[in-house]
Design a protein around this ligand. Structure first.
Ligand code: ZN
Length: 55
């Protein structure tokens, strides 16, 4: 499923994804260990929660 409003994500993949817990974009991308190419791991610096983002 595509995100309904792509215009919100104006900074591309270089900056953090939006945290689903607190909405912060102060996140870091982490590299998954497995061959899960369709998703990526991120870590929120604001609330210190890891989360997955599907792409
Ligand atoms: Zn957060």
């Amino acid at each position: 499923m595509r995100r309904p409003d792509p215009s919100v994500d104006t900074s591309g993949d270089r900056t953090g994804a939006e945290c689903p817990y607190c909405g912060s974009t102060d996140t870091e991308r982490e590299h998954p260990k497995g061959p899960s190419l369709c998703r990526s791991m991120h870590y929120c610096n604001a609330c210190e929660q890891p989360f997955e983002k599907f792409e």
